[in-house]
Every structure is written in C-alpha cells, then in structure tokens.
Design a protein around this ligand. Structure first.
Ligand code: APR
Length: 244
C-alpha cells in the first residue's frame, strides 16, 4: 500500500499526533458499528432510540438488557491490527493523543494509554439518580440492579444522546486541538457532535487531517488525505511505511 510521501514525512516529523476514532475501528473486532443493522433480538430496535435517558426511564429493563447484550459482545471482542497499530504508533512518536467515541475499551486492551473516552465505557456502571460510579452491587435478581448507596437504578456509564460529554474528556480533546501537528479521524461517520467538530477545528488551525474510512463521510472532501479502506489494513501498512 502506497502513501503520499508528504504524509509520511509529516508523521515522521510530528511532535504531537491526534487520533479520533469511532465504531469503525472496532468493526474488524466483530463489534457492530453504531449505525449498522443490529442482529437477533435487537434487530427490531434502533440504537439511537435505546441510547437515551428517556428510553431508560420508559423501560429501564429493556435498556439495561440491551447494554448487557452489547457488554457480552464487547467482552468477546479482541483488539484488531488497527487498535494494535495505534498503540505501536504511540510508542514511536514524541506525543500521541487518542480520543475515542467508542465505549468498548479495545484501545486500552491493545495497549493504548491515557485514552480519552468521549462517550464513556460500557464496562462501567453508575447510579442513575446521582451519577456516581458503582463498581459492585448486590445481585438481587432485579433488572436493572439497584445502587447500593441510594437504591436508584444503575445505568451504563456511557453518554446517551442528548447528554453532555464528560467535561474533562471534552476539555482535554478540545484544548489540545490546536497543538497537534497532524489529526487522524478513523472509523467515524463524523456526524455526531461534539466529536465531529474536532477535525473541523484542526482544519481551521491549518493542521493536516487524515481520514481512514472505507466510505466517504461529510468530512472526506475537506481532508488533506482521505485513505479509503479498512483501519485494520491501512494502519499497519502506514506503520510499515514509516519504517522505510
Ligand atoms: N475501518 C475504518 N472505518 C470503518 C470500518 C473499518 N473496518 N468499518 C466501518 N467503518 C466506518 C463506517 O464507514 C462509518 O463511517 O466507520 C464509521 C462508523 O460510523 P458510526 O457507526 O456512525 O459510528 P461512529 O461514527 O463512531 O458514531 C459516533 O454516535 O451513535 C453515536 O455514541 C455513538 O459513539 C457513537 C457516535
């Protein structure tokens, strides 16, 4: 796989690389992207209607069981060559900031550190009423389980549509946006805000933006480099090209 020489040189001389990833980088690990059809029992539901505070209030059992199903899917998934290549890239460059919209924890499993999880993490649960993290609780057979401190429902520690992102995660992602030498957007449809604005901010700051996606997105035509293909293939090839 050939890459533009200028892209290779920009990466080789970069002091600070930013990476934004979306569900696409976990697709090759068998984790369905957010907008592809769901399977089995959940095929009848639209994720964007389940991943909301309103849906949980209307039917807490249904939403909790949907996340339990996704947690089970994710628990069987392994990092793919795309995740592993990003963890390796971080070891080769002076500084790399990895921002993910994914809640599957696969970047961390691949060895990436200080991952900024814009949308939380499906493996964590928290109190619905008071928002504090809950690590252990008594299994009473109630679904959803209850908070041991206040008896409220537990909920997944993920950001639902309409909810604000974890302030610190977003602040870090935005404030460092001006200090990057190159910005990669990988496996994201680039439509959900505020994550979708991060590459736009990079473009406004004249920072080269690289998109890796087998499909075009609303961002593609604005990118300096649009690498069409699978993250699990392009990223290892890019790493090899840096060696030369
Ligand atoms: N390599 C790279 N990109 C891929 C691959 C792959 N192997 N497979 C699919 N893609 C691309 C798709 O073409 C699509 O553009 O990944 C993107 C996945 O888009 P979405 O399913 O919209 O996922 P994402 O962009 O992460 O969604 C953003 O929206 O639904 C909410 O909170 C949810 O975090 C999610 C956010």
């Amino acid at each position: 796989m050939d890459f533009p020489q200028q892209l290779i040189e920009t990466i080789q001389t970069a002091q600070h690389i930013a990476i934004l990833t979306g569900a696409g980088i976990s697709a090759e690990s068998g984790v369905p992207t957010f907008r592809e059809a769901q399977t089995g029992l959940w095929a009848q539901y639209d994720p964007q209607e389940l991943a909301t505070r309103y849906a949980f209030q209307q039917n807490p059992r249904l939403v909790w069981e949907w996340y339990a199903w996704r947690r089970e899917l994710v628990s069987q998934a392994k990092p793919n060559p795309g995740h592993l290549a990003l963890a390796e890239l971080a070891r080769r460059v002076p500084r790399l900031t990895l921002i993910t919209q994914n809640v599957d924890g696969l970047h961390q499993q691949a060895g990436s550190r200080d991952v900024i999880e814009l949308h939380g993490n499906i493996a964590r649960s928290k109190c619905f009423d008071r928002d504090h993290s809950v690590v252990t609780w008594e299994e009473t057979g109630k679904v959803p389980p209850r908070c041991p401190e206040c008896g409220s429902y537990l909920r997944p520690d993920v950001v639902w549509f309409g909810e604000s992102l974890p302030a610190e995660a977003l602040h870090t992602a935005v404030t460092t946006a001006k200090s990057y030498d190159i910005f990669f957007t990988i496996g994201t449809s680039a439509v959900v805000e505020p994550a979708a604005s991060l590459p736009i901010t990079a473009l406004k700051n004249k920072i080269p933006v690289v998109e890796i996606n087998p499909q075009t997105t609303p961002l593609t035509s604005y990118c300096d480099y649009a690498l069409s293909g699978l993250a699990g293939e392009i990223l290892p090839a890019l790493l090899d090209a840096l060696e030369v």
